[in-house]
Design a protein around this ligand. Structure first.
Ligand SMILES: [Ca+2]
Ligand SMILES: [Ca+2]
Ligand SMILES: [Ca+2]
Length: 274
């Protein structure tokens, strides 16, 4: 009788410890590792943040020597979840548009199973966004267009004129990731000195739009209307010659930007001569 009771007790302990095991011990995490590249395809800087979002919880790690999740150089990147959950990855808070499916105890064992991320994104190349002292006109307006899924893209480049109208400069349809450019003509609109220019890119990947607006500021002086890098009597003379009474409005010579080319512009140009 005692023996039977003993068996029950042992069984009971085994069963309850089994239940405890299933309830309290989390399933093994999924380990990820890989490389992170910056927008120029170089190794991302140390301390760049990598995060995985799963079931509304973020798991974070940082980059060292262009890598994350390599235990010798940085730390293991462990994500916890349940089999089949979807993980969304971010680099410095920006979506990589890459996902992975959580596997209990999942592991990137070798190099080929690395999960690499790129910080590449659509960005102005020339002139760089917020560039100053840019030549008149710039040699080109060019943008690097990046779509993480490498979808087929329609690309539009626009410019906001001095009268604040958005004008299409050029477009490319059915293209892929790459550099897209427009060469501004050597025309009065493009040679204003010391002026902020605003331009934009619009990319459609068949599902959604990416819109970015960039600026640059030209070098020289607003009074250097003939664009020879000096403000002198020629500029004053040109402003006078192009005054409203003789030719249609031309913003280049309207140096005080009051919508008219008149003697004030010629006078200001003369007063501001080098
Ligand atoms: Ca896309
Ligand atoms: Ca000049
Ligand atoms: Ca004027």
């Amino acid at each position: 009788m005692k023996k039977v009771l003993m068996v029950y007790v042992i069984l009971g302990v085994l069963i309850s410890s089994g239940l405890v095991f299933a309830d309290d011990v989390p399933s093994p995490p999924h380990r990820f590792k890989g490389y992170v590249f910056d927008e120029n395809n170089n190794h991302a800087a140390d301390d760049t943040n990598v995060s995985g979002l799963i079931n509304n919880v973020y798991y974070n790690t940082t980059v060292k020597n262009g890598k994350y999740g390599y235990p010798i150089e940085t730390e293991e990147f462990l994500v916890e979840g349940e089999e089949g959950d979807l993980i969304y990855f971010f680099v410095d808070g920006v979506s990589t548009q890459q996902t992975a499916v959580f596997e209990v105890g999942g592991l990137n064992i070798d190099f080929s199973s690395n999960l690499n991320f790129s910080m590449e994104k659509t960005h102005a190349i020339t002139p760089e966004n917020d560039a100053i002292d840019v030549e008149r006109p710039p040699s080109e307006l060019s943008v690097y267009v990046f779509d993480a899924e490498q979808d087929t893209l329609d690309v539009y480049l626009k410019w906001r004129t001095h009268e604040e109208q958005w004008v299409l400069l050029t477009s490319f349809s059915g293209v892929t990731n790459g550099i897209y450019s427009y060469i501004p003509p050597y025309e009065n609109d493009w040679i204003w000195g010391n002026t902020q220019y605003i331009w934009s890119i619009h990319v459609n990947d068949g599902t959604s739009w990416t819109n970015e607006t960039y600026t640059y500021t030209t070098g020289g002086s607003r009074y250097d209307v003939n664009n020879d890098n000096k403000v002198n009597f020629q500029d004053a003379g040109l402003a006078w010659i192009h005054r409203t009474s003789e030719v249609p409005y031309d913003g280049l010579y309207d140096v005080n930007q009051d919508g008219k080319v008149n003697f004030q512009d010629a006078g200001l140009t003369w007063i501001n001569r080098d």
